[in-house]
Design a protein around this ligand. Structure first.
Ligand code: F6R
Length: 358
């Protein structure tokens, strides 16, 4: 039930810090250490390459997952859109393992791939929010999101839960391989949950951003680099589906290769700049669009990438866990933009919660 909340979407956005904390508890072993089921850890470590297959928001979580699996655990990982993979299968490695990510566990495009790769005899794992769903039942291995029922059509808490499960997976695989993490994953993820809570308390500020940047526009851009680029893809999808503003999530450096032609006087360009290594570069990209008249908004991270004039400064978290924190402002901006445009936020036109046709 949505209780005192006006919409499920805002309720589910608010629940995210608690979801992360519960998830951490559920993935903590008796020894107090973060753990993935032993059989799952063995299967994942036995693979020479992981193939993540998903749609929409879950695909975007998969992109972050790839980054974490490769950087933290050193496991080569590819991410594919289910509907493309089904009918245009790439060359596979010798020992692949397939990871299906699906909030509902019922997405037909993803199931089509599961059926195909099972026929080929490859091991499969489903990461889902729904125990007993089709993809849950049909995969060899399962990992739950523990996000609680997600009612709003636009996925929010499942997205951050997926990223958190990938973090657990990457940290435990790294430890199993004898790699040194250099950070305490439970501590860093708890800090991320706290930072998410702090952003949830900034609703008024995010509503103001939606009003200043998105109230009289038909289009908008989100730009970022590295992990921020993946966040931008999710930010654009969320904005499109709930507010009907046409949006694109773009790699900062790629704009100048064509898309910058779309920038006019007043075009909103929102930049996520949380990654220290590419901060100068993304700032340069913001300059490029500002010089062509764009209405720019920079979202940065305190004591890491922040600069005078930034519109939103996120609390500092470990560089791997910035997408968890960025998720809150991107979701809230989309939510308030939808309210402004008088859209049905919980049930956007033309969409269904689970997509059971290919
Ligand atoms: C966007 C959204 C969709 C789903 C996609 C996959 O907010 O909800 O893009 O993420 O349809 O659904 P699942 O995760 O249920 O397979």
């Amino acid at each position: 039930e949505k209780g005192t909340y006006p919409h499920y979407m805002i309720k589910e956005i608010d629940e995210q810090p608690a979801v992360i904390r519960r998830l951490l508890q559920n993935y903590t072993g008796k020894d107090g250490k973060l753990a993935t089921d032993t059989a799952i850890a063995e299967a994942l470590n036995a693979a020479d390459r992981l193939y993540i297959v998903a749609c929409g928001t879950s695909y975007h979580a998969g992109l972050v997952g790839k980054h974490l699996l490769e950087k933290i655990a050193g496991i080569p990982t590819e991410v594919h859109i289910s509907s493309e993979f089904s009918y245009n299968m790439p060359l596979l490695s010798k020992k692949p393992l397939f990871i299906f990510i699906s909030q509902s566990g019922e997405t037909a495009d993803s199931r089509a791939v599961l059926v195909k790769v099972k026929k080929l005899g490859y091991p499969t794992l489903t990461m889902t929010n729904v125990e007993g769903s089709t993809l849950y039942r049909e995969a060899d291995y399962k990992m739950l999101l523990y996000a609680g029922p997600e009612i709003a059509v636009a996925s929010t808490k499942a997205y951050t839960a997926m990223i958190a499960v990938f973090s657990v997976m990457a940290a435990t695989l790294a430890t199993a391989k004898g790699l040194t993490l250099g950070f305490d994953p439970v501590h860093e993820m708890s800090l991320a949950a706290l930072a998410m809570e702090q952003m949830i308390d900034e609703k008024a500020q995010l509503q103001e951003i939606a009003r200043d940047y998105l109230s009289i526009t038909r289009n908008a851009f989100y730009i970022g680099r590295g992990l921020d680029y993946y966040v931008c893809m999710e930010a654009a999808l969320k904005l499109k589906e709930v507010s009907y503003i046409q949006a694109e999530g773009f790699a900062g450096g790629e704009l100048k290769h064509g898309t910058i032609a779309l920038i006019e006087d007043g075009t909103p360009v929102l930049a996520f700049a949380t990654q220290e290594a590419v901060n100068d570069h993304i700032r340069g990209n913001v300059q490029e669009v500002a010089a062509r008249g764009a209405h720019t908004c920079v979202i940065s991270m305190k004591d890491v990438t922040d600069r005078p004039g930034d519109s939103i400064i996120l609390p500092k978290v470990h560089e791997y866990f910035t997408p968890l924190v960025c998720a809150v402002p991107l979701q809230l901006i989309a939510y308030y933009a939808a309210l402004q445009n008088e859209c049905d936020v919980d049930k956007p036109r033309n969409l269904a919660k689970s997509v059971t046709v290919e």
